[in-house]
Design a protein around this ligand. Structure first.
Ligand SMILES: Nc1ncnc2c1ncn2[C@@H]1O[C@H](COP(=O)(O)OP(=O)(O)OP(=O)(O)O)[C@@H](O)[C@H]1O
Length: 333
């Protein structure tokens, strides 16, 4: 399904210099981020980088030491979670196992005092949007992982919140279901144009799904941009290695590192290398080599792969090189 184009305009949800501590340890450092109308923003970072804490702070489930949270321009920092017009879907989906699908989807609205008949009609409508209309009477424990995930998204969508916060909702699905679930996330946002913040530790998911990608490391946002920007101009060596199908190669030099993506390395005559390992990757081989400037990985057509132990020479076009200083920060070329 093609995603609707996100509109520009003032941000729907905004975090301004948010700081959060767990005990005496600061977990989020002056974190600022905004999500625009209709946008799917993917926040990606390794385990423990603070992704869940960030979503919980936005949702009001985590007290902030300082900083502000704004929704449609209103300061909601001091509002209780139930008073914020946000819907959060947790990694474990938090479905109620003793209830059927319809009750799981409608539970929150009924608890808020909505009329039963109205809720029933809206549950039907949202279930149809997520392709689970024929499962409404089924106990959620009798559903597959993919179906449960749809129920969780439908429950979040029922209320038509101003924005969605999704905490790794795809992480427990196998690769085939994951692919399908990605399109369900698109259903969520195409329903009413509310923006979605999705967090994941999977850089592939981030690049393939996000209108924009924010990279989080140790509680700090290190880069925000379109998938193309983050991939083509990583802000530092961490982003260069973390984001992409394979980490960027980093060659040491006196004033820092030169980076080059594996797909931009070819057989040539810039650097001597010895082949250490050759991996099968469909029509390509991923070739791991060692050089005097550090390890270098390249991709070659399977039929042109060298053998382990071969001495080869590597080359590249200067246009494909990235420069980083001693602290790992990107330098202008
Ligand atoms: N309730 C808590 N009490 C103390 N420390 C916590 C608590 N929750 C999280 N932390 C710590 O805060 C840091 C950020 O955790 P958080 O769960 O936000 O990271 P994450 O990026 O979502 O990780 P993951 O991908 O593993 O879920 C981690 O170092 C974690 O150990």
């Amino acid at each position: 399904m093609s995603a609707p184009a996100p509109s520009s305009g003032p941000p729907t949800l905004e975090l301004r210099a948010v700081e959060v501590s767990h005990g005496r340890r600061r977990v989020l450092h002056a974190l600022s981020l905004d999500v625009r109308p209709g946008e799917l923003l993917v926040v990606v970072g390794p385990s423990g980088s603070g992704k869940t804490t960030m979503l919980r702070a936005a949702a009001g489930l985590e007290p902030v030491d300082s900083g502000r949270v704004l929704l449609d321009g209103d300061d909601i920092t001091d509002l209780a979670p139930g008073q914020r017009d946000l819907a959060m879907v947790f990694a474990d989906l938090a479905l109620l196992p003793h209830l059927d699908v319809a009750a799981n989807i409608g539970f929150g609205e009924l608890a808020r005092g909505a009329r039963r008949r109205q809720v029933r009609a809206r549950v039907k409508e949202v279930a149809a949007d997520f392709g689970i209309a024929d499962l409404l009477g089924r106990r959620v424990t009798r559903l597959s992982g993919g179906e449960q995930q749809r129920v969780a998204l439908a429950r979040a969508a029922l209320r038509r919140p101003s924005a969605y916060l999704l905490d790794e909702p795809l992480s427990h699905l196998d690769p085939v279901l994951r692919e399908e679930a990605r399109s369900q996330v698109q259903v969520l946002r195409s329903r009413d144009g509310a923006p979605v913040v999705l967090v994941t530790h999977d850089p592939h998911e981030a690049l393939s799904m996000g209108d924009r990608v924010a990279v989080l490391r140790e509680g700090r946002i290190v880069q925000v941009g379109t998938p193309e920007e983050v991939y083509a101009t990583p802000a530092d060596t961490f982003v260069a290695r973390f984001v992409g199908p394979l980490p960027m190669n980093l060659l040491s030099r006196d004033d820092g590192h030169v980076g080059i993506r594996p797909e931009h390395v070819r057989l040539g005559d810039d650097l001597d290398a010895r082949v250490q390992r050759v991996e099968h990757a469909g029509t390509e081989a991923v070739v791991h080599t060692t050089t005097e400037r550090g390890p270098v990985v390249l991709r070659l057509p399977w039929g042109e792969r060298p053998r382990v132990g071969d001495d080869v020479r590597l080359g590249w076009s200067p246009a494909h090189l990235h420069a980083f200083d001693r602290d790992g920060r990107r330098l202008a070329r």
